[in-house]
Design a protein around this ligand. Sequence first.
Ligand code: GRF
Length: 209
Amino acid sequence: MEHRIVIVFSGAGSNMEAIVRRCREQGWPACVAGVVCNRPDAPGLALAHQLDLPATVVDHRAHADREAFDTALAAAIDAHAPTLVVLAGFMRILGEAFVRRYEGRLLNIHPSLLPAFTGLHTHRRALEAGCQVAGATVHFVTPTLDHGPIVMQAAVPVRPGDDEAALAARVLAAEHVIYPLAVRWFVEGKLRLEGTRVRQSDGASQLLM
Ligand code: GRF
């Protein structure tokens, strides 16, 4: 089966780029059918153009409430008939109806080792807490923010003298490794959901460190 991936983002789009490039280089049984962005000024839109990807902007500020935004966002996504929806640096909270619509085929990446540090400012909070290890998590999306079955995690060290930017850069580099891999596993049919857990059917490590 040839999967159709739609990537949804808000900002720089570096995870989007990493996924698109790996998909093309490695010949996954998939294509990135299009991207959707909620910010008309997002730098990632230029990147999408360079990558020859159809891009749609659904500006959250142009919608009266979350429900109206979620409905417009789903319409833009569904226009590409996706089999997988990938949230990659998408900075809006999605309502339950949206999440249920794509249940089991909606992935997110969060820049922390979940279940620690859900929400915003993960790197600042990890530094403040004196964490010695930080990281990122790819997970299936459920209606509870930054929860959902974990597909893969990357752990990176927190180094003496790190500030938020230094730690964020180290985590982001790891995101660019684990997110394409997790998406590849999905399109190759190698992810099994077992209750609250995800198993990789080849037995490949779901940890990068
Ligand atoms: C990543 O750290 C992602 O986890 C997050 O925001 C950043 C987005 O980076 N929540 P990019 O847009 O993929 O470059």
